[in-house]
Write a protein that binds this ligand. Structure first.
Ligand code: SF4
Length: 419
């Protein structure tokens, strides 16, 4: 499966989960059916225009030419030609996208994409993002996290806080931050240290409880006991904290359109063509922010937002906040994934328009693994080996069956269930 192993770290031995974590990275490529696949971690989804151009160049020179956005605001390069791993690593390294090779797969951090660009956030998350990324890359133990472990930094609006991350920090109305697991209020200055400490407590728990879990949800340990251990670790590190209830306000994330200081677009199925990516980098003045909802926010001067949006719409990106594309997602399916029972994206695309964007999103999967599915309430459509689909309404970890049938019957069921 892997064609290029993660290089050994020069420092210490990490605490590694019990089972082998085959999650791909930029240095550990995955052999997919359409060629090798690299997943480049982009903390906070934040790319300078130079980095975005470097990714575009890598996709064009080494891969299928497209940029594939993930549900964690990362980028995948697919269809990579054989033997290009070294060239890819050099290209990414020169662009500053591999600051610590031994940590390249664990820099999974989502952050509120509109932080600092509108008035809805309580605090700017950028300082948290850079300090957490630096603290992660400085932690020997953190190298033992799986490529699936997720940090979320929420500016208080409640967007990425709803993504069921393993460690979540959220700005509070009282000027402090809320850390979960732990259920405690901490100072802004302690966010990075406390987050890494929580991740290290998780790693120890995964080793000690025999679960070998990759994510907090896989631990055998009770949630309350994990929280208590995090609080004890904060005590041991001298990080002040006070128990507080979690804030509950929620926000669905940026909608497509022009904002006062940015434009926002949605990328159908997260697949941006080389032309669309070039258009995004041309419009960007300094940076792009990839969202966990397979969108891109581009900060621009307010006066140029309308023209920027028009050029992105002309490139085929979704700029209409009521577009039916906002309610439909799908894994890669056939022909890219050997496990896929069918071409789910083709079937999903045929249903666009039957789903109402403001109701529950619909996510199509080519097999039971359901890669990239939303962590929130959604309708799931899962292909089975018999050529049909199973449709369920999912909420709070449970799935209520709606129907089983062929692709041609699914659109009607979806229209009924989302109306
Ligand atoms: S859900 Fe299944 S078919 Fe889809 S990408 Fe994951 S493994 Fe492949």
């Amino acid at each position: 499966m892997s064609v290029a192993p993660t290089p050994p770290s020069p420092r210490g031995t990490p605490v590694t989960p019990g089972r082998s974590d085959a999650c791909p990275g930029a240095l550990r490529l995955h052999a997919a059916d359409d060629g090798a696949l690299a997943r480049v971690r982009v903390p906070g989804g934040l790319l300078s225009t130079c980095q975005a151009r470097a990714l575009g160049s890598a996709a064009r020179r080494l891969g299928d030419g497209d940029l594939h956005l993930t549900s964690r605001g990362n980028v995948q390069l697919r269809g990579l030609r054989e033997g290009c791993a070294g060239e890819l690593a050099d290209l990414l390294g020169e662009a500053g996208l591999l600051p610590s090779p031994g940590h390249e797969r664990v820099r999974n951090i989502v952050a509120s994409p509109l932080s600092g660009l509108d008035a809805r956030g309580l605090s700017e998350v950028r300082p948290w993002l850079s300090s957490l990324d630096a603290a992660l890359c400085a932690s020997d133990a953190a190298r033992g996290l799986s490529g699936r472990f997720l940090f979320a930094l929420d500016d208080g609006r409640g967007d990425v806080a709803g993504l069921a991350a393993d460690v979540t920090v959220r700005a509070r109305t009282d000027g402090a931050a809320q850390l979960s697991p732990g259920g405690v209020r901490i100072a802004h200055a302690d966010v990075a240290r406390a987050s890494v400490a929580a991740a290290e407590v998780f790693l120890e728990a995964a080793r000690d409880d025999g679960s070998g879990a990759w994510r907090v949800s896989g631990l055998h340990l009770a949630k309350e006991e994990l929280a208590a251990r995090v609080r004890r670790r904060l005590d041991a590190l001298g990080i002040p904290h006070e128990p507080r209830a979690e804030p509950t306000t929620a926000d669905p994330g940026p909608r497509p359109g022009a904002l006062s200081r940015a434009v926002s677009v949605h990328v159908p199925f997260g697949r941006a063509s080389g032309r669309q990516w070039r258009q995004l980098t041309d419009v960007a003045e300094t940076e792009l922010r990839l969202t966990p909802w397979r969108g891109v926010v581009v900060p621009v001067d307010g006066g140029s937002a309308a023209a920027a949006l028009a050029s992105l719409a002309a490139a085929g990106l979704v700029t209409d906040p009521s577009s039916p594309w906002l309610g439909v997602g799908a894994c890669v399916g056939r022909p890219g994934c050997v496990r896929a029972h069918t071409d789910v994206r083709a079937d999903a695309a045929r249903t666009v328009g039957t789903v109402i964007a403001d109701t529950r999103p619909v996510y199509w999967s080519g097999c039971e693994r359901r890669c990239g599915r939303p962590g929130t309430h959604h309708i799931e459509v899962v292909a089975d080996a018999g050529g049909g689909y199973r449709v369920s309404d999912t909420a709070d970890g449970s799935a209520r069956p709606l129907m089983v049938g062929s692709a041609s019957h699914v659109a009607a069921a979806l229209a009924a269930s989302t109306s």
